[in-house]
Design a protein around this ligand. Structure first.
Ligand SMILES: *[C@@H]1O[C@H](CO)[C@@H](O)[C@H](O)[C@H]1NC(C)=O
Length: 137
């Protein structure tokens, strides 16, 4: 259950309810909208990513993720994961959540967008596998 916290923080771009948003959700929504503008990504790509469906050739999506993670302070300018910054934002069982994060440390791509994209996919796989073992196709 605790990894769901991580899933909400890191993976959900569109899944917030329209009412009773927490300040954190409001901020994430704002980051998301800014990064959609900055990257020019199609909303459908984000909706698909939220469901764990990725198109590896979608460069705009990769750069959207770079923007989104950077705004949250989860990666530096080079796409290196800032594990302690992520830990600071977590509540609950940090040990378990950080175990997922650490599995995805050190991943690199051909550029910063691709690096963050690969890290995100890595999180997605780990979190999805542990949060919903029965839901895998
Ligand atoms: C990012 O990479 C460049 C080039 O390798 C390096 O000079 C810079 O210090 C790095 N930035 C951070 C925050 O590590």
């Amino acid at each position: 259950m605790k990894s769901v916290v991580l899933a909400v923080c890191l993976l959900s771009f569109v899944g917030f309810s329209t009412q009773e948003k927490t300040p954190q959700e409001i901020q994430l929504t704002q980051f998301r909208d800014e990064c959609i503008k900055e990257s020019g990504v199609e909303k459908s790509a984000i909706t698909n990513a939220d469901k764990g469906q990725f198109d590896d050739s979608n460069k705009k999506m990769q750069c959207f993720l770079k923007c989104y993670y950077q705004k949250q302070g989860y990666v530096d300018e080079n796409g290196t994961l800032l594990v302690s910054a992520i830990a600071d934002k977590m509540s609950g069982d940090k040990e378990q959540a950080l175990a997922h994060v650490k599995k995805c440390e050190g991943i690199t791509g051909e550029d910063v967008c691709e690096t963050v994209y690969k890290i995100h996919k890595c999180f997605d796989e780990h979190v999805r596998a542990s949060a919903a073992p029965a839901a895998t196709a």
